[in-house]
Design a protein around this ligand. Structure first.
Ligand code: MIC
Ligand code: SF4
Length: 643
């Protein structure tokens, strides 16, 4: 039996375990990336593990999330990351250089290699045939120290692309179609591999839009073959030496297969508040809108923004609409300026923001009350925009531009023939905002700068024999890390300050949660399906740990969040019978007798509901390594014990 692309990469990087779907495997990681909102924690953990020098082929620390700097906090974090990077052997991408995934694709990604990043959209690198995976900061720190990264051997889902996109239909519409087909849980435990004749018609930036939003499917990663288009892209970046062709074997076997006819696709939109709530733009046509935001790691490439500029040229953004544009990288921004497209955007009334995440993570540009916002981003979770009652729709740059001018939701295919965008054979390359690390010798005398906002990381504790506490919070299906630990301009400055951050934990669902958790000294949380989907932020585990949460029970967990819970010693348990969910109410006193023993060796634990005496069965689907970590009270303690 032949191998798929992802199986080939895994085979070349396998450090432990067997390549059997569902088994835990350890992978050698060639490259890592961090961004600043998760980076401070990752580097504090790197320091705590006493790793002097990174052992990867390449590690890059990006500053792209917390760039508002409305107080000293972000600037302190930036300086900490800059000094820690220099000392420990990492490249540092300065603020202003762009969004981590866009810059990594342009300047560092290599087909066939592995990359983990403390950001869930790290699979963007799959656009050039690299196996990119999102991870918690602690896992990234371990990989920087040369340790393995553990995942469960994924299934491989093949998405066969046939035909070619019509005018005004974009790569975003392809991934929205995949989301419509598979849903936000549809990729859990799987890597999505794209193949078929249609692949050849897509450029690397288009492919990267698709692999980027594989995160919204819950997939471990998404990947495209490495072919002539990949070569063309790398050559344009003067990196053709990094090219290797990559294709599946002719007899590769897949766990599932879907076919999408690109020629039949129409513009799509993900409606509030989930990326899989997909409708045709034609159905929404005419709906009044208030805001359009173009950018984010999904759709901020040169090709995307040249398309938008061509559509806006000579026009004016509708008076009732506010349009923001954030270029993905300094390279994109520079090239837009060089060819005059930037002037067209400015003339049309676009509000140009710096090349960073910006409104995507709620850093400014919150819509008006009950506002309708069209965004080329990847997430439209409740309140993520900063306005809880706003309606956020995820759309392509083509739909965004057409709607910005019309003032209403507009199907761009109505506009006739689309402008033809020619990409240059050579991009403008200037890596002057990427600072190189100090030499081993120089590094010895360098010190790391730590501002007062950087507070110690809470420590996990070994579990007690029995767990007796209150079910302190009950939530529904598809709870995102934006519910657990919201972001946005007010909260993000405290990413390095867990005590302060704890004041916001779960407030999207229940504004009294932080106070209640503090008053009761913690407890257990009950969730539904796909608990913890979305971002890789380990704060969604660290903050509950700080508030005394010992375990989370759910119908199912999202991959990265489950790994983060284990890393910080919070025990994830799965309801054996999903219908038991209805038997437990918030405020119930519960007991799990033999809790520690179950973690040590059991597949099951038994929860007694004190109000009725009824016993419910919980599954502990853990590897031996994960059991040891939980028994030690988290990965930091575990690493210390292992010496
Ligand atoms: C996001 O898109 O939610 C983020 C902000 O990039 C997160 C990381 C974070 O919370 O810092 C992600 O996707 O992992
Ligand atoms: Fe930044 Fe948004 Fe991409 Fe997250 S999804 S990395 S916040 S641009």
């Amino acid at each position: 039996m032949g191998y798929s692309i992802v199986q080939k990469i895994i085979k070349n990087h396998l450090l432990s375990g067997e390549m059997k779907v569902g088994e835990e495997i350890g992978l050698r990681i060639d490259q890592t990336l961090t961004q600043d909102a998760t980076g401070t924690m990752a580097y504090l953990q790197l320091e705590a593990m006493e790793i002097d020098r990174v052992k990867t082929e390449l590690s890059v620390a990006y500053i792209d999330h917390n760039t508002l700097q409305s107080g000293f906090e972000n600037a302190d974090d930036h300086r900490y990351i800059q000094t820690v990077a220099k000392k420990h052997g990492l490249r540092f991408s300065r603020p202003g250089n762009g969004i981590c995934h866009q810059v990594h694709l342009e300047r560092f990604g290599v087909p066939g290699k592995t990359l983990i990043g403390s950001d869930s959209h790290t699979p963007t690198a799959g656009g050039i045939g690299m196996l990119g995976m999102g991870a918690g900061g602690l896992d990234v720190a371990v990989a920087m120290g040369g340790g393995a990264y553990y995942i469960t051997m994924p299934k491989v889902i093949k998405v066969n692309l046939i035909g070619a996109l019509s005018d005004y239909v974009g790569a975003k519409d392809i991934i929205l179609e995949v989301l419509r087909l598979l849903g936000v849980k549809g990729g859990v435990g799987a890597v999505i591999e794209y193949s078929g004749e249609g692949v050849k018609t897509l450029s690397v930036p288009q492919r990267a839009t698709i692999t980027n939003m594989g995160a919204e499917l819950g997939a471990t990663s998404s990947i495209f073959p490495s072919d002539e288009e990949t070569y063309k892209f790398l050559k344009a970046q003067k990196r053709e030496a990094d090219y290797t062709p990559l294709a599946p074997d002719a007899d590769a076997v897949y766990d599932a297969e879907y076919t999408i006819d690109l020629s039949a696709l129409k513009p799509l939109a993900a409606c509030p508040h989930s990326p899989d709530n997909v409708k045709a733009v034609a159905e929404l046509d005419g709906m009044k809108i208030d805001q359009v935001c173009i950018g984010s790691c999904t759709n901020s490439s040169l090709a995307d923004l040249l398309t938008v500029a061509a559509m806006l040229k000579g026009k004016t953004v509708h008076p009732d609409v506010s349009l923001s544009i954030s270029p993905g990288s300094k390279q994109v921004y520079t090239m837009l300026a060089e060819c005059g497209a930037l002037a067209d955007l400015i003339a049309a009334g676009a509000r140009i923001l710096e090349c960073a995440c910006g409104p995507c993570i709620g850093m400014g540009f919150s819509p008006k009350s009950k506002g309708v916002s069209l965004r080329t981003f990847n997430r439209n979770f409740l309140a993520r925009s900063g306005t809880a009652d706003a309606s956020v729709y995820l759309v392509s740059p083509e739909t965004a531009a057409a709607s910005a001018v019309a003032g209403v939701f507009t199907d761009p295919t109505k506009l006739g023939t689309a402008p033809k965008i020619a990409l240059p054979e050579l991009f403008t390359i200037n890596d002057n905002l990427i600072e190189l690390p100090a030499s081993v010798e120089e590094a010895k005398s360098l010190s790391v700068e730590r501002g007062p906002n950087i507070k110690p990381i809470p420590k996990g504790e070994a579990p007690k024999e029995n767990l007796e506490c209150e079910l302190i919070l009950k939530v529904g299906d598809n709870i995102t890390t934006d519910h657990i630990m919201p972001a946005g301009a007010k909260i993000l400055p405290y990413r390095s300050n867990v005590p302060k951050l704890s004041e916001f934990c779960f407030t999207v669902c229940d504004k009294d949660f932080p106070e209640r958790a503090k008053a009761k000294g913690g407890g257990i949380i009950l969730g539904g399906q796909n608990y913890g989907q979305g971002s890789s932020r380990e704060h969604a585990a660290l903050v509950p740990l700080y508030l005394g949460i010992k375990a989370v029970i759910a119908k199912s967990f999202a991959r990265i969040h489950m790994a983060n819970l284990i890393n910080f010693g919070i025990v994830p348990m799965i309801l054996e019978n999903e219908s038991d969910y209805d038997k437990i109410s918030e405020g119930d006193e519960i007991a799990i007798i033999g809790f520690k023993e179950a973690i040590k060796s059991g597949d099951k634990a038994y929860l007694t509901l004190k109000k009725t005496g009824e016993k419910l069965t919980l599954n502990l689907s853990l590897s031996d390594r994960q059991r040891e970590i939980l028994l030690a009270g988290g990965t930091l303690n575990y690493t210390k014990l292992k010496g």
